[in-house]
Design a protein around this ligand. Structure first.
Ligand code: ADP
Length: 203
């Protein structure tokens, strides 16, 4: 399996780039934001609980999100690899993900981190709010709260993977295709390394 994390603050373009990456590399896309919004739309108990946090721009509790990821991994035993988008968002989630992947004899190959200035993030989120139908994109206070949560709880996740030398920063401003090419260059490099080190009869 080849697993990667697309990392970055809200509005950094993870969703847009994920769509292009899964198409090129045939990975299974796991977006915790999308999974949570689907639970809300289906009015499940999990969705109702999660909505209370999302409406305030706060992170949903770790155990809720980790449970969802565990199910998503189990539901896709044939996947060539996973692209994690919006997860892990706390150090506890990162540790849980490593354990879940370890159980499947797998691991994270790389974390690609999109770097976007704060002014640009706010501009993009407010613009998305005009069309996305997402209530957390229309309220300025909620947008601010999400960015505060990102700095407090999510940015340290990059340090966790930095300890394993797995983080690559990519400039997340410029054309969508330019950013995509930057991401692909890094992925291709790691896929080549993986091929070179794979045992002849191994995966
Ligand atoms: P964005 O990154 O643009 O804010 P997402 O769709 O990734 O959008 O997330 C929307 C909201 O869903 C977050 O503000 C948060 O409340 C919740 N959420 C998504 N992923 C996680 C996660 N891994 N842990 C906790 N909460 C999450």
């Amino acid at each position: 399996m080849f697993n990667l994390i697309l990392f970055g603050p809200p509005g950094s373009g993870k969703g847009t780039q994920s769509e292009k990456l899964i198409e090129r590399y045939g990975l299974k896309h796991i977006s915790t934001g999308d999974l949570l919004r689907s639970e809300i739309a289906r009015q499940t108990a999990l969705g109702q609980e999660a909505q209370k946090f999302m409406d305030k721009g706060q992170l949903v509790p770790d155990e809720v999100v980790i449970g969802m990821i565990s199910s998503a991994l189990d539901e896709n035993p044939q996947a060539k690899g996973f692209l994690f988008d919006g997860f892990p968002r706390t150090a506890a989630q990162a540790e849980a993900l490593d354990k879940l992947l370890d159980l499947k004899n797998s691991s994270i190959a790389v974390m690609l981190a999109l770097d976007v200035s704060e002014d640009e993030l706010i501009k993009r989120l407010e613009k998305r709010g005009q069309t996305s139908g997402r209530s957390d994109d229309t309220n300025h206070q909620v947008i601010k709260a999400r960015i505060v949560e990102y700095h407090a709880k999510t940015a340290p996740v990059a340090d966790y993977y930095r300890n394993f030398n797995k983080v690559v920063m990519i400039k997340g401003e410029g054309s969508i295709d330019g950013i995509f090419n930057g991401l692909c260059t890094e992925i291709d490099k790691r896929l080549r390394e993986k091929q070179e080190t794979a045992p002849l009869s191994g995966e």
